[in-house]
Design a protein around this ligand. Structure first.
Ligand code: SF4
Length: 345
């Protein structure tokens, strides 16, 4: 089992619940916009939020942001150790750095000292782009070995300053490389792992890459906290992260809608019904499964495990619970009656 660390009051690793993270895309010094976005992400199910700290104004803004939100706040720092120290002093619950780009060891020591005083974790975040030439030469290019050794070198820099309150991430935009690298580093270290596919792309591509990469690692028991990275709204990152955990039966996240792909036997407008039900259940926290099937030939049987569902006929549908048919519904009333039944559950 991995070591357990605490980011604010949220545990990472050591058998704790797997958490979902995201990152704001507002200007951090714009406190109002940043707080508004974080609150929306909290409501959506974000457990830990990270903000970019590229300058002094951003580091200064952390105090007000921290006071206005409920989830732990992580400061993302590149290059400037003073920004890291200031972020910690302004209430950050964790920081993310790549010690390699902080420079002189004494500067890293200053960061460690500040973190140690407040017992806050440092995420050592190494990306495929930051692997040193030395390791690329040693291992014949970019692969899991060069990525992992490069990451461990960064970890050792912090350890040599006498600190081990750490989380590691070693992201790449290549799904297979990320998968192999996390597997390898998981064998070599006991620190909790932050999973993600970096620069995963747009909503469609990023969803597929993240689900494959993060999902396959979680299925192997690897990973303690996750971040889906999308070129899209952070709210979608949180929704996808939570759905990955939901569909692996790791954490519930509202109703699970099961629906068939439709075929020549479908005689109702299944796509419209599924979209409408999904939309109406968007904010529901009920941990139930709802099946919406095109026909009775396979519908209730295939969706036997669902808590409730409908299966279409000609101009009508049957309503069933746990595979048992309860009643018949006219096509026009399917959405309303199904929603009424769900509301009663
Ligand atoms: Fe076709 Fe019925 Fe299967 Fe849907 S449930 S794909 S309509 S056979």
């Amino acid at each position: 089992m991995k070591k357990k660390v605490f980011c604010g009051d949220v545990a990472i690793g050591g058998g704790s619940q797997i958490t979902v993270q995201s990152m704001t895309n507002t200007k951090t010094q714009d406190v109002e916009a940043t707080v508004d976005q974080i609150r929306l992400l909290e409501e959506t199910g974000c457990d830990i939020i990270r903000v970019a700290v590229p300058d002094k104004d951003s580091a200064k803004a952390l105090k007000a942001i921290k006071n206005a939100i409920s989830i732990p706040l992580v400061a993302d720092i590149h290059f400037d150790y003073k920004l890291a120290v200031e972020s910690v002093n302004n209430g950050a619950d964790g920081i993310r750095i790549n010690p390699g780009n902080i420079g002189d060891k004494n500067r890293v020591k200053e960061i460690v000292k500040a973190c140690e005083e407040k017992t806050i974790p440092i995420r050592v975040g190494v990306n495929a782009g930051s692997v040193k030439q030395f390791y690329l030469d040693k291992y014949n290019g970019l692969n899991q070995m060069s990525l992992v050794e490069s990451a461990l070198e960064q970890v050792h820099i912090i350890e040599s300053c006498g600190y081990d309150n750490l989380v590691i991430s070693i992201k790449s935009s290549d799904v297979k490389l990320t998968y192999d690298a996390y597997q390898l580093i998981s064998e070599k270290t006991n620190y909790p792992l932050h999973l993600g596919i970096t620069e995963a792309g747009s909503f469609l591509n990023g969803t597929i890459k993240s689900a494959m990469g993060i999902g396959s690692l979680l299925l192997r028991g690897i990973g303690d906290t996750i971040r889906v990275s999308l070129t899209d709204e952070p709210q979608k990152e949180v929704q996808l992260g939570r759905k990955i955990l939901q569909f692996l039966n790791i954490r519930p996240y509202g109703p699970n809608i099961i629906s068939c792909p439709t075929c020549g036997r479908t005689n109702i407008d299944l796509v419209a019904i599924v979209n409408e039900i999904e939309n109406r259940l968007k904010l529901s926290k009920k941990d139930i499964s709802v099946a919406i099937m095109g026909c009775v030939v396979n519908g209730p049987g295939e969706a036997r495990e669902a808590d409730i569902g409908i299966a279409g006929g000609i101009g009508q549908a049957v309503l069933f619970k746990k595979g048992k048919i309860i009643s018949k519904i006219k096509e026009d009333n399917i959405v309303e009656i199904l929603m009424e039944e769900i509301d009663r559950m």
